[in-house]
Write a protein of this length. Structure first.
Length: 363
């Protein structure tokens, strides 16, 4: 029987940090509101595109696995903010890595993209189609946001995380997945005028606006993540008490706490990064996984569950068993180009476009 062990991991968080207090200088919000409702303190704003963040995270994951770039025969890029739709962004990562042999696929299930991608990659390895696959979650949500909309813009950030999966005969890696979607709820979290349904007579970027029903999403997200976690654990014949780590999608600390409470899981077994990075959509799980590995909190053969939800409303969970190695084999000498702007300076031109568009629409 073939399995798909996680042998490498890496993240790439852009350096510019936007705090809640920074946000309160450009909109009617406060650190108190944001922190008490979400657990967020700050988020990162990227000066490069999502595909470049992805490349750096992927290079770091490949080094941690101790592999050469041409050992990789598959690259899966999970994102809802791809830099380009054609060509896809996984081909950008391949080119930047100098890889000549990988199949390249982009996948969009919104915040569940990494979860869907790691389940897909595991299945491709188990089917014998691929042997060594890089799975990435990367987003540049700052580009995508309406910075005049406080309901949405305070919730998100930029970043990327990646893992390497390798075929093995040992029963480790993702052992079960439950994936689903509440399509009837797709309008509760949506942007218009972006994609081939957009009105090409308009400047599509200026006209992106968000439909967002936070409370409805909150309820369905909690239910979907609990059901998916229970399903994935049941399929793997694992009791919830045996779980060493929950690495959930980081949309809101209160959603994570509600899921943990319903599952009867102590918060000290739940990994949290939402305080420092906010919601980076597809990147939250690989970034959080990498961070707790860097903190040496994962032990060999730990039992881990990763629940998520996102626009669609997609939901899911994967249960995985860690392998023997919890230390990286090597580090990649790869860095982002330096950033000479503050986070507020990076979003200023975007905010200007949003403001100008608001004036045009209301005129
Ligand atoms: O990963 C997928 C994407 N993430 C999500 O979909 C997030 C899911 N939803 C949530 O996390 C929560 O529902 C929110 C954090 C979005 C909102 O928390 P809440 O406790 O459900 O807040 P609420 O809806 O009860 O509060 C809304 C109030 C409104 O004021 P009124 O109408 O009650 O006077 C908003 O205008 O809070 C106001 N508000 C803000 N005030 C200050 C909304 N955003 C802000 C803000 N600063 N940034």
């Amino acid at each position: 029987m073939r399995y798909a062990e996680i042998t490498g991991w890496g993240k790439c968080m852009p350096p510019a940090t936007l705090t809640n207090d920074d946000l309160s200088t450009i909109m009617d919000t406060s650190d108190e509101w944001i922190f008490s409702r979400t657990g967020m303190k700050e988020r990162r704003i990227s000066h490069v595109n999502a595909d470049e963040l992805a490349y750096v995270a992927a290079a770091r994951a490949i080094a941690a696995a101790g592999l050469e770039v041409n050992d990789i025969d598959g690259i899966l890029f999970g994102s809802m903010t791809p830099t380009t739709l054609m060509p896809n962004c996984s081909s950008y990562v391949q080119k930047r890595l100098g890889n000549k042999v990988a199949a390249c696929m982009d996948l969009n299930s919104a915040c569940c993209s990494f979860l869907y991608a790691i389940s897909t990659a595991t299945s491709l390895i188990q089917a014998g189609v691929m042997n060594k696959v890089v799975v990435i979650g990367a987003e540049k949500l700052s580009w995508f946001l309406d910075w005049t909309n406080r309901n949405v813009s305070v919730l998100f950030g930029d970043g990327a995380g990646a893992v390497v999966l390798e075929a093995t005969s040992e029963p480790v890696g993702v052992l079960s997945s439950k994936l689903g979607c509440y399509g009837d709820m797709r309008d509760t979290l949506a942007t218009d005028n972006f994609g081939s349904g957009a009105n090409r007579g308009l400047d599509s970027y200026a006209h992106i606006s968000w439909e967002f029903d936070g409370q409805e999403i909150f309820k369905r997200a909690t239910r979907g993540m609990v059901l998916a976690t229970q399903g994935a654990l049941a399929d793997a014949n694992v009791d919830v008490e045996e779980v060493d780590w929950v690495i959930p999608h980081q949309a809101n600390r209160r959603i994570i706490e509600a899921v943990a409470k319903r599952m009867n899981i102590d918060m000290d077994r739940v990994a949290i990064t939402v305080d420092r990075y906010a919601n980076t959509s597809a990147a939250t799980i690989p970034v959080t996984l990498t961070e707790i590995l860097e903190q040496k909190r994962i032990q060999p053969y730990d039992k881990i569950v990763m629940p998520a939800f996102g626009a669609g409303l997609t939901w899911g969970a994967a249960y995985l068993r860690w392998g023997a190695r919890v230390e990286p084999i090597a580090e990649a000498a790869v860095e982002l180009p330096p950033c000479d702007k503050t986070a507020l300076e990076l979003i200023e031109p975007l905010l200007e476009i949003n403001r100008r568009h608001k004036v045009v629409v209301s005129a």
